[in-house]
Ligand binder design. Structure first.
Ligand SMILES: Cc1cc2nc3c(=O)[nH]c(=O)nc-3n(C[C@H](O)[C@H](O)[C@H](O)COP(=O)(O)O)c2cc1C
Ligand code: SF4
Length: 588
């Protein structure tokens, strides 16, 4: 961990956490992190202590410690370095930089340097794809790495300094009538005074004084706001599934797990415009009667988490959160709940299990979260970007929102463009913007001297497109008609230097690493696909490997508890179909 051993009285912390949460299970992972900060790892003895302090079973504690990649049973160096080697970082040179890092440290992954200062691990996507290549040193993020920068950062840490990143903010575009990126370029927009001067919390005042909960839901339905976490389910419709029974506690879970490779948009909202998300969360809670919200943020988002935490404190102090919000009688608490490094905790029921302190195993549905979700109470899970659209809709009206985008995919969307483009970034664009325009216009085209080979248009899970297939509109319907998906808006651009079998190996490694192991087709399929691709890429491909890969992928598609199985299969099916020669060449 990044900090020196800290003085933490675990029993005192346990008491505080139990007080904060209404269920002690929710305090489990936060408490384990405190133990890890104190001791550098979580020993078996510490597991038993934590179980006793929280009154939960030791089995539950052990499951959490062994499930979450960011909890450790063995000590790590004072600074844990996490170097991303997933697709967007690999495209722009992560592997040679990892070699330089190893050379600088003199250790391999999982080892601790002799002075105890550093240990390092390869990370499966840190959610900063538009700023690739990236690494975390303790809690500090370093982006757009070069050989010189890696060496400088390590040297400065060795000298006892904490180096600045020094890279400019993630690139964004300015469009007319933005719903999301309105404050992205405004200095200090995370500060409540600045945010208020730009209109923050006006929509909240409006719903509290002029609108019934039913009217809010109706407006969001008429606006046609779609879920931006990947599935595109209409937000207002989802809220209307929640039972109105006043005896039930209703929960809103805000999904900021953002672990799909190629996706890095929610992070920008959290760090540049957190009050927009807080306001959207309060309005959504008002619409379906939630009294508690959990913002589940991936642990690796240290800087966005700190910014968001400050914004939460400001919102409480200003009376926008807590008891009797702005004198309206509305109550809402928001808990900021960091995850522990598992992609599957972005899946809505995995996320719910994780908040409850369990390993993030997705649940079998039905029952759906709207009826039995967090702590078995009615729950809505919404993505950060979805909720951040709501203030704009309420304040400017349904027609203004629908002016952008298409009939069925209205409004704007944040697109994360990474890979081999000249201007990678997170851009707010109208739904339905052409993919060609995004790559060659907004992102400045392919890097010098190269041509486009392929694009993954919606995050690592969605089927790849060839360079001949980019004349499509980027909205939910058009991408589906083109045999792919809009997904989470992660546009990963690959030029003519990319080997498709190698790219697929990287993607498959990710799914093999992240499968929770609950379903046989996904657990076995993801790891076999990865192993076969590894073998092929090392010159040991065999006749029949392509059929085997397809057979495994087909057996995972639609046969599992959660969509991760299918999400791991789609890239395999699409790459084999669209680039068959490159795979056939490897099978002798
Ligand atoms: C494996 C997996 C990972 C996911 N990760 C995320 C994520 O990081 N963020 C997110 O908002 N949705 C993620 N989702 C989708 C969520 O399950 C859920 O549909 C979404 O949070 C609902 O919010 P929305 O309706 O506002 O889009 C993931 C789904 C799967 C299957
Ligand atoms: S599909 Fe994979 S990740 Fe999802 S529940 Fe099954 S094993 Fe777990």
């Amino acid at each position: 961990m990044s900090s020196d051993k800290v003085k933490i009285d675990v029993s005192e912390t346990a008491g505080m956490l139990k007080f904060r949460y209404e269920h002690s299970g929710a305090a489990l992972v936060p408490l384990l992190f405190e133990v890890q900060r104190r001791d550098g790892c979580v020993t078996e003895k510490a597991e038993l202590d934590v179980a006793e302090l929280l009154g939960v079973s030791p089995r539950l504690v052990h499951e959490a410690v062994t499930f979450y990649p960011l909890l450790f049973q063995r000590p790590v160096g004072k600074y844990l370095i996490q170097f991303c080697h997933n697709i967007s970082c690999s495209l722009v040179g992560a592997e040679p930089l990892i070699k330089i890092l190893e050379e600088e440290l003199g250790v391999g992954p999982g080892e601790v340097t002799e002075d105890g200062l550093f240990s390092y691990r390869r990370a499966e996507c840190l959610g900063c794809c538009a700023d690739a290549p990236v690494m975390l040193v303790g809690e500090r993020l370093y982006t757009r790495l070069t050989e010189d920068k890696v060496r400088r950062v390590i040297a400065e840490f060795r000298d006892g300094r904490v180096p600045e990143d020094g890279a400019p903010l993630t690139e964004t575009a300015e469009i007319d009538n933005p719903a999301l990126s309105l404050n992205f370029k405004v200095p200090n927009a995370a500060n409540i005074k600045v945010a208020e001067s730009r209109g923050a919390y006006k929509a909240l005042r409006k719903v509290l004084t002029e609108m019934t909960p039913e009217q809010i839901t109706e407006d969001v339905k008429r606006a046609g706001l779609r879920g931006m976490g990947g599935a595109g389910f209409p937000a207002g419709v989802k809220w209307s599934f929640v039972p109105k029974d006043p005896s039930l506690t209703r929960y809103l879970c805000v999904n900021c797990d953002e672990s799909e490779p190629g996706t890095c948009k929610d992070r920008e909202i959290m760090r540049r415009d957190p009050h927009r998300l807080i306001e959207g969360t309060v309005i959504a809670a008002r619409a379906f009667g939630a009294s508690v919200a959990y913002v589940y943020i991936r642990r690796e988002f240290y800087e966005p988490r700190d910014i968001f935490k400050r914004a939460l404190d400001e919102a409480y102090a200003a009376g926008y959160l807590g008891r009797d919000i702005l004198g309206s009688g509305l109550n809402l608490d928001i808990h900021l709940h960091p995850g522990a490094g598992a992609y599957i905790c972005g899946e809505e029921t995995g996320l719910i299990e994780s908040i409850e302190g369990k390993k993030g195993w997705p649940r079998i549905r039905p029952p759906f979260p709207a009826l039995k979700g967090l702590f078995r109470q009615p729950t809505v899970v919404n993505n950060v970007e979805t909720l951040s659209n709501i203030p704009y809709i309420i304040l400017n009206g349904v027609d203004a929102y629908r002016q952008r985008g298409t009939e069925k995919s209205p409004g704007t969307k944040l697109f994360c463009i990474s890979g081999h483009v000249r201007r990678p970034g997170v851009y707010e664009l109208p739904m339905g913007t052409g993919l060609r325009e995004m790559i060659y216009g907004v992102a400045g085209g392919i890097r010098e001297g190269h041509t486009l080979k392929a694009v993954i248009p919606g995050g690592s899970s969605v089927p790849v497109l060839t360079s001949d297939e980019i004349d499509i509109a980027m909205d939910f319907e058009s991408t589906q008609a083109a045999g792919t998906m809009l997904g989470s808006g992660g546009v990963i651009v690959m030029d003519d230097t990319v080997s498709m079998p190698l790219a697929l190996e990287i993607l498959s490694r990710f799914y093999a690493h992240e499968s929770c192991g609950q379903c046989t087709p996904c657990r076995e399929g993801t790891s076999w696909i990865y192993r076969i691709l590894q073998r092929m890429n090392r010159g040991l491909g065999r006749k029949g490997d392509i059929e085997l890969l397809l057979d495994l992928a087909n057996s995972m598609d639609g046969t599992t508890i959660c969509p991760l199985g299918a999400a791991a299969a789609w890239p395999v099916q699409a790459m084999l179909k669209k680039f068959p020669d490159e795979f056939e060449r490897l099978c002798h």
